[in-house]
Design a protein around this ligand. Structure first.
Ligand SMILES: [Zn+2]
Ligand SMILES: [Zn+2]
Length: 172
């Protein structure tokens, strides 16, 4: 048999092997709440402090960082579950950056029924008080003990708390 001349297959465009982008995006483990900046700023203004919300979540450039917790409520968005729960132990990390900037990262929690993870609806007051208190403290403002003292709502479930999983929860 005459040898078949094999045609070079190099005509194919190299783009044929385009990388497929990852389908599932990573589950978010925390959120920031820039919309609550007004309430934080109002409290800071009482002590003549003016800070702006820093939109970038940067661990390396911050001057100070502090892990604490705030109150809020969760509503499971899993249609087959729809559990709701409140928490007085939502982990947050408050950070101060150069040039009077700050931000706060709020850690998500998992539903104890279906284990899906969700971001909280924060109690605005407890968030603003906690964040403002910390910034004032960093700025040397003399204050009484924190105005917000959340009573315990049962043992903290580290297995459901993203703050604990990140090593950032003050309840750990
Ligand atoms: Zn659920
Ligand atoms: Zn925790």
């Amino acid at each position: 048999m005459p040898p078949k001349t094999k045609k070079p297959t190099a005509k194919e465009k190299p783009t044929a092997t385009k990388k497929t982008t990852r389908r599932s995006k990573p589950i978010k483990k925390w959120s920031m709440y820039p919309s609550l900046d007004d309430e934080v700023s109002n409290l800071l203004r009482e002590d003549n402090l003016v800070f702006t919300f820093h939109p970038n979540d940067e661990e390396n450039t911050c001057l100070n960082g502090y892990d604490t917790n705030v109150m809020g409520r969760f509503a499971c968005r899993n249609k087959n579950c729809t559990a709701v729960w409140t928490s007085k132990q939502i982990a947050i990390t408050i950070r101060r950056y150069p040039n009077e900037r700050y931000n706060a990262r709020v850690y998500h929690q998992s539903c104890k029924r279906c284990l899906m993870t969700f971001k909280p609806q924060l109690d605005h007051e407890s968030y603003a008080e906690r964040v403002a208190y910390r910034i004032k403290k960093w700025c040397g403002v003399k204050m009484e003990a924190p105005p917000f003292k959340g009573r315990s709502d049962g043992p903290h479930r580290s297995d459901l708390c993203e703050g604990c999983k990140q090593g950032r929860c003050s309840k750990m």
